[in-house]
Design a protein around this ligand. Structure first.
Ligand code: 5GP
Ligand code: MN
Length: 345
């Protein structure tokens, strides 16, 4: 962990700043990026936020969204390489290893500017010059709040910046229900309320702005695609590329589905496996002691947090499901004896 004075010194003069976050940004990824960008712009820096891919429409309300450059390898590669190559400071938010952002990761690794990591995932890669990671934090947005506060600039957190940060904390804590929801989290929310944020508006924009089609898709998934394996306290969902097409699934439409599997009484381990063009993308969730980050790291080239992680498989969907099912007997003892509650960090 670097000291805040190192960052203060780095930002003591107006800088050319690049901010990026993980592939398929979620509310914490985009909210922490745009919250930080809003703050840095107020300090007189020139800031460009680049996302490695597109992101759901329900995040487009965030102030600064219109200036985001979405990286498209075949369209704006030269422009993005130029932004990265000329940046004096490169912030990497809400991801811990450069391999997770495809080509952009290599551009960043080779960039001459100072790299700053702010993240809350486990086992961060050591690529940054300054590192403000903390895997105990509930959200990267929580860490961004602390960085701004510790730089002595909490007064610059206005409603817009505050709502970006709130969105990140709200979603990554599962609306304040995960064990990561510490006293510190609630104290920060109190500060954001003082900055004028509207909690209900943020909640509505994120959770109550889906298309009718997405709701029908959810109905189909819950009715036909959910498998419950009582002997392993596990439930999973597998979705084919055809099914995604059939329901005109858009970026963000599958987000949160895995939580329905986990919401069944007695289920401690849930997974969703989705046939995406590049690979099968898998999301894991658990309650209690069973570490999905470890499971994902060991078997699916992934990682994340203790109770929420993800990974990929380059095998066809059906083979991936079979491999997943084949692993469960090895974890049966853990899955059936796992206490439901873990001590908060
Ligand atoms: P989600 O399932 O919502 O995509 O991700 C859950 C958590 O796991 C997030 O914190 C996310 O950053 C992390 N995660 C998701 N996919 C991957 C992956 O392929 N590799 C790693 N290292 N982390 C992942
Ligand atoms: Mn996060």
């Amino acid at each position: 962990m670097s000291t805040i004075s190192e960052l203060k010194e780095l930002l003591a003069q107006p800088r050319q700043i690049f901010i990026t976050t993980h592939h398929k940004p979620d509310a914490d990824a985009l909210g922490s990026s745009l919250g930080l960008a809003g703050y840095l712009r107020k300090k007189g820096h020139s800031v460009t936020v680049v996302t490695p891919s597109d992101y759901p429409n329900f995040l487009a309300w965030m102030p600064g969204n219109d200036e985001v450059v979405v990286y498209e390898p075949r369209e704006n590669d030269a422009q993005v390489r130029d932004i990265i190559g000329t940046a004096e400071v490169l912030f990497c938010l809400d991801f811990s290893c450069l391999g997770r952002i495809n080509e952009l990761g290599e551009y960043i690794r080779n960039a001459p500017g100072t790299k700053v990591l702010i993240d809350h995932h486990q086992e961060p890669e050591q690529f940054a010059d300054l590192d403000y990671s903390n895997s105990k934090a509930a959200a990267t947005a929580e860490l961004v709040f602390e960085v701004i506060r510790d730089l002595g600039d909490q007064n610059l957190i206005d409603t817009g910046i505050g709502e970006c940060l709130y969105a990140g904390i709200m979603t990554d804590t599962g609306s304040f229900r995960h064990p990561s929801t510490s006293r510190n989290v609630h104290l920060i929310i109190a500060e954001l309320l003082s900055a004028g944020i509207n909690l209900s508006d943020v909640h509505r924009r994120i959770y109550d702005s889906h298309s009718e089609e997405r709701l029908r898709f959810l109905g189909f998934v819950l009715k036909d695609k959910l498998t419950v394996l009582r002997e392993y306290n596990t439930a999973y969902i597998a979705i084919t590329a055809d099914e995604l097409r059939q329901y005109h699934s858009k970026t963000g439409d599958t987000e949160g589905l895995v939580n329905f599997a986990l919401s069944i009484e007695g289920i401690v381990f849930a997974a969703i496996l989705i046939d995406r063009p590049q690979a099968v993308k898998i999301s894991f969730r658990s309650v209690g002691d069973f570490s999905v980050s470890e499971f994902s790291r060991r078997h699916f080239q992934g990682g994340g947090h203790h109770n929420a992680a993800g990974g990929i498989s380059h095998d066809p969907l059906e083979d991936t499901v079979q491999r997943f099912l084949g692993l469960l007997p090895h974890y049966q003892t853990q899955l059936v004896t796992a206490p439901l509650a873990i001590t908060p960090p």
